[in-house]
Design a protein around this ligand. Structure first.
Ligand code: SF4
Length: 360
């Protein structure tokens, strides 16, 4: 890895935004009730000319239903891209709010519904548009790069949007143009990018409540118990965890790694919702959760995002039945938010890069 000048990797915490992290409560349905709801959803998807797209981190019943009904399971940008290419006029997005917003930004002519609008993201909540805009205004010489896990208003303030799968390549490209950058909101991912590229990054002070809980020392102990296991880590994790990884990558890249690497066991440091897709692509392999407990543990998430867990089949049904939880974005804001996403899409297409995908 490149070693950035430490003075260049700065952290300027904004006024800390306050938000509540809800408890993780997963939907519980008896088999008969679940079957009944799924039957109703299938019929409504047809009636409403709708398609269900789901993130890797939502409950496996929703992931399975999306795939069984011709929908898609992926990361946020690829979910939006799938929705763009699919002929359905309504997209039902099972994920968190910024994912619904991204789908709407890329598909302004389509109706975008969500099982709940309460499903937020600590990165999005930790980067309010007004405070972030003031931060950017204070550093007008810097190019603004924001992660996909941000609101439409924050994207509209950015020059570029990046995903975890594309960020290193994009920052290297900007560094080669001698650009100095603001990176927001995830400080761990920003730190990882700074070390990978040596670029001059000014970091926003946000974090993901799921990934920041993974523990380096406890991971090291677990690795000793499973010497054959390969370690897969999402780069929103702390540096001590990333340092132990065999593969650091976006959700899509980690899923590909499980399928591609010839090993019987994998320790996985990302939301455990991803195990459903990993088990699909590599059915014979053992997946082990990376530890979140140990010294300094807060266990606000315990490796499962509390906001992703808010997505349930009842919410999908209600959205389709009533049109509830529609994502609406002011058209001018949507156009401004689309510009930095389009730049990423063009940048990735220019590189022939299949990994423009890859978010939380
Ligand atoms: S897992 Fe982290 S980054 Fe993903 S939605 Fe939840 S809080 Fe946000």
């Amino acid at each position: 890895m490149n070693q950035p000048d430490p003075a260049r990797v700065q952290m300027r915490p904004p006024v800390a935004p306050r938000f509540e992290v809800p408890p993780t409560v997963c939907e519980s349905l008896a088999p008969a009730e679940r079957a009944s709801i799924e039957t109703q959803i299938r019929a409504l998807l047809v009636r409403e000319d709708a398609v269900l797209v789901a993130h890797y981190y939502v409950d496996e019943t929703i992931q399975a239903l999306a795939e069984a009904t011709g929908g898609h399971v992926s990361d946020s940008l690829d979910m939006a891209r799938f929705g763009h290419e699919h002929p359905a006029t309504t997209l039902v997005v099972a994920g968190v709010r910024f994912m619904g917003e991204t789908a709407k930004i890329l598909n302004p002519e389509k109706r975008v519904l969500m099982p709940t609008l309460e499903a937020e993201c600590s990165l999005d909540l930790g980067c309010p548009a007004d405070a972030f805009s003031a931060f950017c205004d204070a550093h007008p010489e810097r190019t603004v790069v924001v992660y996909a896990n941000t609101s439409a208003a924050v994207k509209a303030r950015a020059d570029w949007v990046a995903t975890s799968g594309s960020a290193v390549a994009l920052v290297n490209f900007l560094k080669d143009r001698s650009e100095r950058l603001i990176w927001a909101p995830d400080r761990y991912l920003g730190d990882y990018i700074a070390h990978a590229t040596g670029a001059d990054l000014l970091l926003w002070n946000g974090s993901c409540v799921v990934h920041e809980e993974f523990k380096g020392r406890e991971l090291h102990d677990l690795m000793r118990q499973h010497p054959q296991a390969k370690v897969l880590v999402h780069p929103e994790s702390p540096a001590a965890v990333i340092a132990l990884a065999d593969v650091v990558g976006s959700t899509s890249q980690l899923i590909q790694a499980v399928a591609a690497i010839d090993a019987p066991e994998f320790i996985v440091a990302t939301d455990r919702g991803i195990f459903h897709k990993m088990q699909q692509v590599a059915p014979g392999k053992r997946l082990i959760e990376a530890p979140t407990a140990g010294r300094g543990a807060t266990c606000r998430s315990c490796a499962h995002c509390p906001w992703m867990a808010m997505n349930g089949l009842r919410g999908v049904l209600q959205a389709l039945e009533t049109g509830a939880n529609e994502i609406r974005i002011d058209p001018d804001l949507g156009r401004r938010a689309y510009r930095p996403i389009k730049r990423l899409l063009e940048f990735s297409a220019g590189r022939g890069d299949p990994f423009l995908a890859g978010d939380a």
